[in-house]
Unconditional design. Structure first.
Length: 224
């Protein structure tokens, strides 16, 4: 069972989003952290949009109080629709699914596949080890400093939202200039191959984006 203090942190975030006129897009479930966020936002008169797979709907796990509830066929469709609806992403404390989702959206921001701020609600230092890992990855050369600092984190929802509203997101075109300037002299064929690979990175040979904890993200009605 989730510690009640974490559920309170989720409710605090839902209230903070609604008070700023920020709509919530989430995975459509009624339980746990995502249910707590949705309930709190709805109680403050906020817009809450759920996106849930039909299988979970059939198991009666859906939050039926949402402003709008989209029912889709697969988890992939769920993530695609949530990515389209969201303008920013916030992860709360969670497990493997949360980790997968937040790293995916962060990577897509890093590559400018979308240009959307990403944040971690960090009550009781839950994400501290992840943040330390990112700093270590930067120190040993696997990550640029801009890729570390673009990820906002705070235990206070208001502070987190303010940080996300002014976050400096990486510019992939600047990074490509650095990469290209560092290449040794290539043959014509090697240069063509290199540029094709860089283009694939920018346009994303993958598919669409991602989502967050318990599957939810936020959509600013105006600004964070």
């Amino acid at each position: 069972n989730v510690d009640p203090e974490f559920l309170k942190a989720a409710r605090d975030l839902g209230e903070a989003l609604a008070s700023r006129g920020v709509g919530v897009v989430f995975g459509g479930g009624k339980a746990g952290m995502m249910g707590a966020v949705a309930d709190a936002a709805l109680a403050r008169g906020g817009e809450v949009v759920g996106v849930i797979p039909k299988k979970l709907m059939d198991l009666e796990l859906a939050h039926t109080g949402c402003t709008t509830l989209h029912v889709v066929d697969t988890m992939h469709e769920r993530k695609m629709l949530m990515a389209e609806l969201a303008d920013a992403f916030i992860a709360l404390p969670g497990g493997w699914g949360t980790m997968e989702e937040i790293t995916e959206v962060t990577t897509w921001t890093q590559l400018n596949i979308h240009v959307k701020p990403v944040g971690l609600l960090n009550p009781f230092g839950y994400w501290d080890h992840l943040l330390k890992w990112a700093q270590h990855a930067c120190k040993v050369g696997f990550m640029a400093e801009s890729s570390v600092t673009m990820l906002c984190a705070d235990a206070d929802p208001a502070v987190l939202l303010e940080a996300m509203s002014v976050a400096q997101l990486p510019c992939m075109s600047d990074k490509l200039k650095t990469i290209r300037s560092g290449y040794y002299k290539l043959s014509a064929d090697e240069a063509v191959h290199r540029d094709r690979m860089l283009t694939r990175v920018l346009t994303g040979s993958l598919v669409v984006a991602a989502f967050v904890l318990g599957g939810w993200v936020c959509r600013p009605a105006r600004r964070l």
